[in-house]
Write a protein that binds this ligand. Structure first.
Ligand SMILES: Cc1cc2nc3c(=O)[nH]c(=O)nc-3n(C[C@H](O)[C@H](O)[C@H](O)COP(=O)(O)OP(=O)(O)OC[C@H]3O[C@@H](n4cnc5c(N)ncnc54)[C@H](O)[C@@H]3O)c2cc1C
Length: 500
């Protein structure tokens, strides 16, 4: 059975409800944003689906249903007026969780659910951005360009550890040979070539074969987790006590509980008509930066500024188009490698914002302008004369349009027990892999506890639905515990209790 809790202002949208028949009762919603506001409950008998197959619900209602566009205004409008779904059906004794997103948070959520005896299916778009390289991992991405091959970590570069629960996980990964310490020299590079190395502590970690393979390794540790890819979940529908997921009208299965393990425009669209207005409102409050990545391969090593310590990675200061430069070849194969020198350069968030375009369809002129601007930034950072930098023999630009969160509710996860839906991701705690991992683990444990309670006391399991956001600080490419910039202090990941 499924109930829809509905604000009075949305009554005009009753015609778009897919569940019939409807009886209207007045009461106060336990999940309402303003407790004093009167709401309507729409009780939907779903035992007889009115001869309608749930996954086909768009077709029969297409004439009556108001068609929503995908503009920001349209998504906003829909987010705030949509009805709240409230499941009342008994929870299954063998529940199945649908996880939408196979980045660090989604994978850790799946792994932790398995540890608690709960089965799950992970859906991921597995975006194909470069020459046929597929893989899970989201912003934990590695590109391999054949035939040389050239290798680039093109989002997360390395990570630090501050939380004992994450530390335990990382120790296990180190033992299994999935990650290792990265002891190369990194530090801050001031415009003009002044390099200040960071101390070797706190420890820094990298995926042994790049970041993307770490995602596959996490998955290979699971036994019961089902993965469906490539699959872009485009609709969530509550029906008969279950969530029905679909991709452009194609059914993708039904689940007792769903987890949204991604963010940004895609999550906002998905949630805009899901029946989860409180979760949708939180994702709408999230703000994300945009960052350009320039992958460049050079025949020769880049010149080290006069008198500076040779370095493999640097947070760049004082250059508008550059915030990070990292030498993947040295990182993955050692600095004595004879092969090409593959560098990942990231822009600042300010440069990303100023030069933002649709990331799926980057105009050639913009790509050229960004590449030139970023290579000039490399020259400026290294203190080289203009036009003196050797030409890279391979370059590729990519825009991370929804790169990193700039605000956070500072809570490990969000869960709506009435809607039987949760959300996890880096942004709930911070802007790094550690935050994403902790969030995924926390949501899994919260869901497992909720399932153990048989769903009888849902209000006790509501989490983070009204939590306010705070600004997030850190480097333009995230937070690295113990490696804060001299000019900016990162917020430490807030301490919280994970249930076990
Ligand atoms: C440029 C850049 C540099 C960074 N550098 C670092 C760093 O050095 N160290 C560090 O710790 N962190 C870094 N980060 C941050 C780090 O990458 C993220 O914090 C972390 O990867 C987030 O993981 P996540 O699981 O929350 O989300 P994501 O990795 O974004 O995973 C979400 C997944 O969901 C999928 N998805 C989205 N919509 C759908 C849908 N409708 N259906 C199915 N699947 C869907 C996506 O394809 C994606 O795979 C960096 C990020 C960027 C952008």
């Amino acid at each position: 059975m499924t109930t829809l809790v509905h604000s009075i202002s949305s009554i005009s949208f009753l015609s778009s409800l897919t569940l019939q028949p409807l009886k209207i009762k007045t009461h106060k919603s336990p999940l309402s944003n303003s407790p004093s506001k009167s709401t309507k409950t729409l009780t939907c008998s779903t035992s007889k689906p009115n001869n309608r197959r749930p996954m086909d619900s768009r077709k029969p209602t297409s004439k009556k249903t108001k068609k929503y566009g995908t503009s920001r205004r349209s998504i906003l409008k829909k987010t705030f007026i949509q009805e709240q779904v409230a499941f009342s059906a008994q929870l299954s004794s063998d529940p199945h969780v649908g996880i939408i997103g196979g980045g660090m948070a989604g994978l850790l959520c799946a792994l932790s659910l398995e540890e608690r005896g709960v089965k799950s299916t992970v859906f991921d778009t597995v975006a194909m951005l470069f020459q046929g390289i597929h893989g899970l991992g989201g912003r934990m991405g590695t590109r391999i360009i054949d035939p040389q091959p050239l290798i680039f970590d093109h989002a997360a570069q390395f990570f630090t550890v501050s939380d004992p629960r994450f530390s335990e996980l990382v120790d296990d990964w180190v033992e299994k040979g999935l990650v290792r310490l990265w002891q190369d020299t990194i530090g801050e590079l001031e415009v003009g070539g002044q390099f200040v190395p960071f101390p070797s502590s706190p420890p820094r970690y990298i995926g042994v074969n790049g970041m993307r393979p770490l995602a596959d390794s996490i998955l290979s540790q699971t036994r019961t987790v089902n993965v469906v890819r490539p699959c872009w979940i485009s609709k969530l529908e509550p029906f008969n006590g279950m969530w029905h997921l679909s991709e452009n009208g194609k059914p993708c299965g039904q689940f007792d509980i769903i987890v949204i393990a991604h963010n940004g425009k895609c999550a906002n669209r998905l949630l805009a008509s899901s029946g989860l207005p409180l979760i949708a409102r939180q994702t709408k409050t999230l703000e994300l930066s945009s960052i350009w990545a320039l992958l460049a391969a050079f025949e020769d090593p880049l010149p080290i500024p006069n008198g500076a310590t040779p370095f493999e990675g640097a947070f760049v200061k004082g250059v508008d188009s550059l915030s990070w430069m990292g030498n993947n070849s040295a990182k993955l194969f050692g600095s004595k490698t004879n092969g090409p020198h593959c560098w990942t350069f990231f822009s600042t968030a300010a440069f990303g914002k100023r030069n933002k375009v649709p990331q799926e369809n980057i105009p050639t002129a913009t790509a050229e302008k960004v590449k030139t601007g970023m290579l000039e930034g490399v020259e400026a950072a290294l203190g080289l004369p203009k036009d003196s930098l050797q030409r890279p023999f391979y370059t590729r630009v990519q825009l991370w349009g929804a790169a990193l969160p700039t605000n956070t509710p500072g809570i490990p996860c969000i869960f709506d027990p009435h809607g039987r839906a949760g959300i996890c991701g880096d942004w709930l705690l911070g802007s790094n892999l550690e935050s994403a991992a902790l969030s995924g683990m926390a949501l899994a444990n919260h869901i497992a506890d909720y399932l153990q309670s048989d769903g009888g006391r849902p209000e006790e399991f509501a989490l983070g639905l009204n939590k306010e956001f705070q600004p997030l600080e850190g480097h333009d490419i995230g937070q690295f515990s113990g490696l804060e910039s001299a000019t900016k202090k990162a917020n430490p990941i807030q301490a919280y209790q994970l249930s076990t």
